[in-house]
Design a protein around this ligand. Structure first.
Ligand SMILES: [Cu+2]
Length: 142
């Protein structure tokens, strides 16, 4: 048999197996959801506070998140959300925009991905490692 014909048949078998898994085996709750809705959020790295505000964000599963991220500090920070493949440097005194779609339900942490030092805020020591937050992705029906 022609080797190209064999390659095409193998390719078709893989394609059909993938579609079969997606439509017949993968539980409905685990399939990615995309609503097409856009949700704008603003996250601010507060000046000399080593914190993101807000540090708790609730969004609806399937929405596209357009995050305006403000760095008020005179030094760089970063914003990383491992679950959604986001990792972006936030240059000093700047505003950046990050877009991603929250296709899966759950609580996903975000954090500063650039070592940014430490300081004392209201008598308490705060550091780079305190720059964390959570994105709560809830189902559309709740
Ligand atoms: Cu940091």
């Amino acid at each position: 048999m022609n080797k190209y014909l064999i390659l095409i048949i193998v390719g078709l078998v893989i394609l059909v197996a993938g579609m079969g898994y997606r439509y017949f085996i993968l539980p409905r709750g685990q399939a990615p959801v995309i609503t097409g809705n856009v949700k704008a959020v603003t996250i601010v790295a507060k000046k000399n506070q080593w914190r993101f505000l807000p540090d708790q964000i609730t969004v609806i599963r399937g929405d596209k998140i357009v995050a305006t991220v403000v760095n008020e500090d005179d030094y760089d920070h970063g914003l990383a959300i491992d679950a959604y493949g986001v990792s972006q440097r936030m240059p000093a005194n700047s505003t950046i925009t990050i877009e991603f779609t929250v296709t899966q339900e759950g609580d996903f942490s975000f954090y500063c991905s650039v070592p940014c030092g430490e300081g004392v805020v209201d008598g308490k020591k705060r550091t780079h490692f305190d720059m964390v937050g959570v994105i709560h992705v809830v189902p559309a029906s709740s």
